[in-house]
Design a protein around this ligand. Structure first.
Ligand code: FE
Length: 210
């Protein structure tokens, strides 16, 4: 075989391998939704899958890119991973540090740092908003007020100032706002393949094979 053909062949083999790796990652991040997504959303009136897809839809409607939409979709992935491990469940309201569990789960599988950090910050942002805006605290659902206690309560002023100096903080607040809104009953759930395709495209870019 000519040298150019050998090179083409090995590129093709490499891409097939990477695509198989990506499908395996997609199975891992979507399997928990398929297995547990219809479970109750820890004290709220909608299921996990309704909550995640409504959150992603709010991001999409505001014209955000795929990374932000995927972060909105995966923001509570850590709660679903916790179904495999019943410890630290905040008195039945989900897993302590679910935001970190979810973010690390995504990082370890090659999702971008922007997606991971948006997932990771969604609890800290609740603590920030509770410190800065008493109306925000008053409007939290009873379950969300309950988990705030386990999450460390409202942020002290110095921590809130540091939060505001993070250039992505406006996006953290967006994700948190969608999180609070994405609890509407009786909304149709979209086909999860929409998000699987979006995540595949993202991972192909991350793995450099797009
Ligand atoms: Fe949530």
């Amino acid at each position: 075989m000519e040298t150019a053909a050998v090179a083409r062949n090995s590129v093709q083999i490499g891409q097939t391998f990477m695509n198989n790796q990506i499908e395996s990652v997609l199975d891992q991040v979507f399997e928990p939704y398929l297995k547990h997504g219809a479970d109750d959303y820890i004290g709220e009136s909608v299921s996990q899958i309704e909550h995640m897809s409504q959150c992603a839809e709010l991001a999409r409607r505001q014209g955000y890119d795929d990374e932000v939409i995927l972060a909105a979709f995966f923001h509570d992935l850590g709660h679903i991973c916790a179904k495999y491990d019943k410890t630290d469940n905040m008195g039945g309201y989900g897993r302590i540090s679910h935001e970190k569990v979810g973010a690390d789960f995504l990082r370890a599988r090659g999702f971008s740092e922007k997606i991971a950090i948006l997932v990771e910050k969604h609890v800290e942002t609740k603590r920030y908003l509770c410190a800065r805006n008493s109306a925000y605290y008053n409007n939290l659902s009873p379950a969300s007020k309950q988990t705030l206690i386990f999450q460390g309560g409202p942020m002290p002023a110095t921590e809130a100032e540091a939060f505001e100096s993070d250039p992505l903080h406006y996006l953290y607040i967006e994700v948190r706002t969608w999180d609070e809104l994405a609890k509407q009953k009786n909304q149709p759930v979209p086909d999860l393949d929409i998000y699987r395709s979006m995540a595949r495209k993202h991972l192909q870019q991350q793995y450099g094979i797009s």
